[in-house]
Design a protein around this ligand. Sequence first.
Ligand SMILES: NC(=O)c1ccc[n+]([C@@H]2O[C@H](COP(=O)([O-])OP(=O)(O)OC[C@H]3O[C@@H](n4cnc5c(N)ncnc54)[C@H](O)[C@@H]3O)[C@@H](O)[C@H]2O)c1
Length: 248
Amino acid sequence: MTVTYDFTGYRAVVTGGASGIGLAAAERLAASSAQVVLWDSNSTLASEQADLLGDGVAWQQVDITDEASVAAATQTSCADGPVQILVNSAGIGGSGQATWECDVATWRRMIEVNLIGQFLVCRALCEQMMATGWGRIINIASVAGKEGNTNASSYSASKAGLIGLTKSLGKELIGSGVLANCICPAVIETPMIQQVTVEQLDYMTAKIPMGRIGTAEEVAALVAWLASPDCSFSTGAVYDISGGRATY
Ligand SMILES: NC(=O)c1ccc[n+]([C@@H]2O[C@H](COP(=O)([O-])OP(=O)(O)OC[C@H]3O[C@@H](n4cnc5c(N)ncnc54)[C@H](O)[C@@H]3O)[C@@H](O)[C@H]2O)c1
């Protein structure tokens, strides 16, 4: 049984909404009557997926690492009313190299997209959520940020940073009506896993006690609850969805 929330009248921004976890979250929110805007750098995919999702789903081309792009998208998305739900899913995958083999530009790019980009989006949308007195921010981090995956130091560091950002933001927003939480998935079946080597995928899957990788729909179910008024006593929290991998 799929739980349906009533998000009628709610407006949601989903970064990375053209693919994978973001797309599944967008679909789940739209199925519960939210108005959803996909923010994604891949305009072709975003436009195709918004069309497939149908009425109530729009898209914007946004590079979350570009402050001006995020500001312009915020202005457009908030033109018809405030955005109450942010699902921050845009991100890039790991390099598959040992730390001493990584070049600085690749390392910096990972931090730029997975941490600074997510910071820019949180910053752009949280003030108008505070002004209306209600909001839900859900950042998609990773179990790699808690444990550190082998041959993925830039990715793991970016996600550890995102966990820290969410914990600080959650505390800063106390009393505003806006909650900020993050999710730490283990391996999830999405196009992103094509960015990692077969060895890395096997290593990560072997760490999951349930013996399988997760689905984007399973993550979307957690997103939907975190976006809903049913989530009312959690903020700055880290939610695992890892088939039993996470140990703390
Ligand atoms: N798939 C997994 O195994 C897994 C596990 C843990 C965490 N995550 C995290 O979940 C999130 C979603 O991953 P996914 O698996 O759905 O990946 P995905 O590759 O399917 O989707 C990522 C989306 O982000 C978009 N994007 C990338 N850079 C962007 C930028 N600068 N600006 C705007 N959009 C940008 C891409 O175009 C793409 O549509 C990521 O943050 C990822 O790190 C994924």
